[in-house]
Design a protein. Structure first.
Length: 132
């Protein structure tokens, strides 16, 4: 337990909590991810990585609007990262909105031109040929 160490600062506690949430998500236990992610977000609500994880978690829980809001925040907070854009692309693709999905996949590709998921997403949601 990280909290039991007297030298642990809020940054370490937030990172450890975020990691616990990510592990729960990867183990397909999204409800178990909620408490540690809440700790991380309470400490650092403007951390783009935490917001991206929140969006992913909300998507897993079927909370599309909440996921959308968290992922939009993550996109703003992480202007050079493709991951939040990829997650928004997946959200809109699942919602049957290929134009919006394509726009987010294209933004992910702009942020990371070698990202294979972005290339695949653009190809799947548009008729325009994509070269990587």
């Amino acid at each position: 337990n990280v909290v039991g160490f007297p030298d642990v600062d809020s940054h370490l506690l937030a990172e450890a909590s975020h990691l616990r949430a990510q592990i729960a998500i990867k183990c397909e236990r999204p409800r178990s991810a909620l408490p540690p992610l809440a700790v991380a977000l309470r400490l650092f609500p403007d951390n783009g990585h935490f917001q991206n994880t929140l969006g992913t978690l909300q998507l897993m829980l079927g909370k599309g609007q909440d996921a959308h809001e968290a992922l939009e925040r993550a996109c703003r907070l992480l202007p050079n990262q493709a991951a939040p854009c990829l997650n928004l692309g997946a959200l809109f693709e699942a919602a049957g909105k290929p134009e919006l999905a394509a726009a987010h996949y294209a933004e992910a590709l702009r942020r990371d031109p070698a990202n294979e998921r972005a290339v695949a997403g653009v190809k799947k949601t548009t008729l325009v040929p994509v070269t990587a």
